[in-house]
Design a protein around this ligand. Structure first.
Ligand SMILES: [Zn+2]
Length: 432
């Protein structure tokens, strides 16, 4: 049945005239919105069903349906953070905002625009939220031609009029969410993002701008601003090596014989071989830096794998470092958050061993989720010698997580049946 639906969706007649093709694109866009509305109804129903089951089992109200968002994330192949957003959207639409839901069902709103409306109304009480829902979405014609920014602005305007104090309170709360994050950019660059209260953000930018205005040494103003940011935050010149530990994993061939297999920087991702060699050479020759070598043993056929048995409850430092290098990011499928915990896949309390095979790199949120009743994680080494973990959720749905391959090495150095890859930790690059 569902296969037939998919088939009918994929039918496109390449010989159709152009207006028919445009109409087909519009039609399929409506299908996506309608599917999002269906997902919202299913998500809200799942949440309600789980609450009912747990109520019957005597679970206290505050503890019911606690990890449903993570299950929704896995089912949608999305990160747990987005799963949370999807569930919030679903409950708001189904229980509180019928007009917004109807507009989504009719394809007048996209899922993202419905999310923006729910987000802007989140600070209101239920009655006001219903007023906003009707005012903005009761007449679909009003939404015609409105892009993301206009939809958000319209919702914000109504919310501000209905309850100005709530919006002010929310702004005060948003202040507590200030943070700094990092993510890879193309060409071995990186985006460092600061989410700041507007006054501070503007002040930081103005200070960098001012420095760029007084500096006339041939650098572009963007370059001066970036260098100044690095200098003032780290306390040293941007032209000198950054005084922190950088973990680099590189194959012996790449390092020693000019190979081209990319290397990996922990918390960043792959970098070209030549850049990695430059980084190592720089650290090795700079008097204030220290480059240390650590060998990681990789299976010849795949990548990762080193067993370090230990009876300790906490993962020993070396093992934790190994798991971090092997997993690179949270092992929950689609999560991709930085690793904060190195923990047991099979819990210690149920006899799970403290070793690399049973260790998983997880973000904080996912680590707590996997210890909730009904969740089960089974680690193993698959037929290609990769470290895998099978996640089972309370509904019995299963998702597979695979450790990313480490830089492959064609090395001839053999230690028993393992071949060796070289892991290099350029650590403690502090001035001696
Ligand atoms: Zn995670």
């Amino acid at each position: 049945m569902i296969e037939r639906v998919f088939e009918s969706l994929m039918v496109v007649d390449p010989a159709a005239d152009e207006s028919a093709l445009v109409e087909r694109i519009a039609e399929l866009e409506r299908v996506k919105s309608a599917a999002a509305a269906g997902q919202a109804r299913a998500a809200a129903a799942l949440d309600a069903a789980r609450r009912a089951t747990e109520a019957a089992a005597g679970v206290p109200t505050a503890r019911r349906a606690r990890r449903v968002a993570s299950e929704i994330a896995l089912a949608r192949r999305d990160s747990p953070v987005r799963g949370n957003r999807h569930l919030g959207l679903a409950k708001a639409l189904v229980h509180e905002m019928p007009h917004t839901l109807a507009a989504l069902e009719a394809g007048v709103l996209t899922e993202w625009r419905a999310t923006l409306i729910v987000r802007e109304s989140a600070c209101l009480d239920l009655d006001d939220r219903r007023v906003l829902d009707a005012e903005l979405c009761a007449d679909p014609a009003d939404l015609d031609g409105m892009g993301d920014a206009r939809v958000a602005a319209a919702a914000k305007t109504i919310a501000y009029r209905l309850d100005p104090q709530a919006v002010v309170d929310r702004a005060a709360k948003a202040d507590t969410e200030r943070t700094v994050t990092i993510r890879p950019a193309p060409d071995t660059m990186t985006y460092l993002t600061a989410l700041l209260p507007v006054a501070q953000g503007v002040a930081v930018y103005a200070a960098l701008r001012r420095q760029a205005d007084v500096c006339a040494d041939g650098r572009s103003s963007g370059q001066v601003m970036a260098d100044t940011l690095v200098e003032r935050v780290t306390g040293r010149s941007a032209a000198l090596p950054t005084p922190i530990a950088v973990h680099l994993v590189v194959s012996d061939e790449t390092l020693l014989s000019g190979g081209s297999t990319p290397a990996q920087i922990g918390g960043y991702g792959p970098i070209p071989a030549a850049v990695a060699r430059g980084l190592v050479a720089g650290a090795a020759t700079d008097a204030r830096s220290r480059a240390t070598l650590r060998r990681l043993y990789a299976h010849p056929a795949s990548g990762a794998l080193v067993a370090m048995e230990s009876r300790a409850r906490l993962f020993p430092r070396g093992l934790a470092a190994f798991i971090e290098l092997r997993d690179q990011r949270c092992r929950t499928p689609y999560c991709d958050a930085p690793i904060r915990h190195r923990d047991h896949a099979r819990p210690w309390a149920s006899g799970g061993a403290t070793n690399a095979g049973n260790g998983l790199g997880m973000c904080e949120r996912c680590n707590y989720v996997k210890d909730v009743a009904g969740w089960h994680v089974e680690p193993s080494i698959d037929e290609k010698h990769r470290h895998t973990a099978e996640f089972t959720t309370p509904t019995g749905a299963q998702y597979r997580s695979e450790a990313p391959p480490l830089p492959r090495t064609p090395s001839r150095i053999e230690i028993s049946e393992l071949e060796v890859a070289v892991g290099i930790a350029i650590s403690d690059l502090h001035a001696a």
